[in-house]
Design a protein around this ligand. Structure first.
Ligand code: SF4
Length: 164
């Protein structure tokens, strides 16, 4: 395990991104952050910077408008990272499935590690999913050493053109 991996082990940071949902899931996330459910007691903090985040929490169906942003956020996060798809919309569009502006579920754009079913999932289900995501993230942190050109490898895998 590397120097940085060793010291960030107990505090994975969460990046939340809504790809076009109705905000029902987002309200449940806010409830889970509040003192009643207090997700931070599991050592996970909600932050807005992909470059400092370890868990990507996605809500909503992936709309055409948001799919490139979702792919970009995923690529900007350091390895190892875990993706959590929250709600029925992330599983394939949910109630928005087959609309002209909806691409599909989250896994049509990026790989998903944890699925949280429901519309909208209750805070207990979200906590369950985040605890599972932390366990996967810790396992990935121990298992794998990522090569320096891993980001380039992922860009090729996801079909992203270089900005430069
Ligand atoms: S799963 Fe349900 S609550 Fe969540 S964004 Fe989709 S429609 Fe809204």
């Amino acid at each position: 395990m590397g120097f940085f991996s060793k010291f960030r082990k107990k505090s994975p940071w969460i990046l939340h991104y809504n790809t076009g949902g109705c905000n029902g899931c987002d309200i449940e996330i806010l409830a889970t952050l509040a003192p009643k459910y207090d997700i931070e007691r599991f050592g996970a903090l909600n932050r807005g910077n992909p470059k400092q985040s370890d868990i990507l929490l996605v809500t909503g169906p992936v709309t055409m408008h948001c799919k490139d942003v979702l792919r970009r956020l995923y690529l900007e996060m350091p390895e190892p990272k875990v993706v959590v798809a929250m709600g029925a919309c992330g599983h394939g569009g949910g109630v928005f499935r087959h609309l002209y502006n909806v691409n599909d579920g989250v896994d049509s754009i990026i790989p998903v590690d944890v699925w949280i079913p429901g519309c909208c999932p209750r805070p207990e289900a979200l906590i369950d999913g985040i605890v599972e995501a932390i366990a996967i993230w810790e396992k990935k942190s121990k298992e794998k050493e990522y090569p320096r050109d891993f980001d380039e490898h992922m860009k090729k895998k996801l079909g992203v053109e270089d900005d430069n």
